[in-house]
Design a protein around this ligand. Structure first.
Ligand code: HEM
Length: 116
């Protein structure tokens, strides 16, 4: 059974990880690869989803496959709604250094460049 996200009410106030936010390397992210300490990378931003695993409508197992890893393609490929994209914000803890980014850098892909 899926559990409704409990964040819906707060979602209008989306916090954004803007430049100047904490810079976190992929190597650092890779240490956080367990159920009680789970970080993932989506579109060059780092998310601590430890407290979200049990809440995820797609289940925790799927998320754990990406623990400590890059998950942009998986996230995009699962056809997440705009609501799901907004739900990311509350878990954001930082962003990759410029040289490790593949989306949010000069000349990099923008979300809107990626076909559905
Ligand atoms: C922090 C990251 C993520 C958040 C906030 C998130 C959020 C959500 C939400 C809100 C839904 C419900 C449907 C929707 O609104 O689109 C959903 C469904 C789903 N998610 Fe995620 N998701 C995340 C990461 C991932 C990742 C990395 C995968 C990897 C494959 C994944 C796979 C799925 C699947 C397969 C469903 C569909 C479940 C179903 O319809 O039964 N999600 N997710």
């Amino acid at each position: 059974a899926t559990v409704q996200l409990s964040v819906n009410a707060q979602e209008s106030s989306t916090k954004d990880c803007t430049p100047g936010e904490k810079v976190i390397t992929m190597k650092e992210v890779s240490w956080h690869d367990e159920a009680d300490d789970c970080w993932i990378i989506i579109y060059d931003r780092v998310y601590d989803i430890s407290d979200f695993l049990d809440e995820h409508p797609g289940g925790s197992d799927l998320l754990l496959e990406y623990a400590g890893r890059e998950a942009s393609g998986a996230f995009r490929g699962s056809g997440h709604s705009a609501q799901a994209i907004r739900a990311l914000d509350r878990f954001c803890i930082g962003e990759l250094p410029m040289h490790e980014r593949i989306f949010r850098k000069p000349g990099g892909y923008k979300l809107s460049d990626i076909p559905e």
